[in-house]
Design a protein around this ligand. Sequence first.
Ligand code: PDD
Length: 287
Amino acid sequence: MTRTVYVNGDYLPETEATVSIFDRGFLMADGVYEVTSVLGGKLIDFDGHAVRLQRSLDELEMRSPISKEDLLEVHRELLRVNEIDEGMIYLQITRGAPGDRDFVFPDPETTTPTIVLFTQNKPGLANSPAAQKGMKVISIDDIRWGRRDIKTVQLLYPSMGKMMAKKAGADDAWMIEDGYVTEGTSNNAYIVKGNKIITRALSNDILHGITRAAVLRFAQEAQMEVEERNFTIDEAKKADEAFITSASTFVMPVVEIDGVALGEGVPGRVAPRLREIYLEESLKAAV
Ligand code: PDD
């Protein structure tokens, strides 16, 4: 089955969908994105992603080419035509294609933003074997720019970080700045000490994860203690447990950091429980 994608108002087979070579997303990474997970054919936390998308656009003085209501319709239509039960929807909005290359932003009256959405079919996403096994991370320097709270498509360093992890026989990298862990290459990072979940507080240094917000809320509702503060990689290596959260992995236990096994080197008690609660509660609220 050829995947149907959405480009600037049209639903097209993926082989017929095109974007200009002058698009500022292509030339300058001048664009923002969102990844929304799909479970049981429904969207997880669509509202949270729509709100963060608007914030990213506002921070970059970019106009949205679509209303929130229409955006939801496009998401649903793509799920329907592509028959997606479990997976993700990728959405990207760029500042558009002014017809030439210039550092100066184009006039928004004459250059309209480009919008692209496509589905990713991932059967078995919720029951991922990786969640049973846990993942291994390495630590690397965080050399990204200072506005990581904006979800831009500048993903070269995170991509290089994943490759560094892969070469080291690990699954992902946690990034370190001024001695403290910021986040994973495409996820938020947490450690667990006893019944306490520790994660970096929100600032411009990290992406404000939609999964993070939900997981911290569910944790507190389940009487777990949450502490939002910086932690070092050495503190992480001595923690009882560690885990990551993101729209594509939900809650995923981390069992090894820089070759050091956490606890018994297998997922502990807290992360798998949080994953269970997250999947159950988010499914209930899916749209
Ligand atoms: N990544 N931090 C970074 C740097 C991210 O790229 C992501 C998401 C997160 C988690 O955010 P959320 O819970 O809203 O997905 C944190 C997506 C999944 C991606 O790039 O594929």
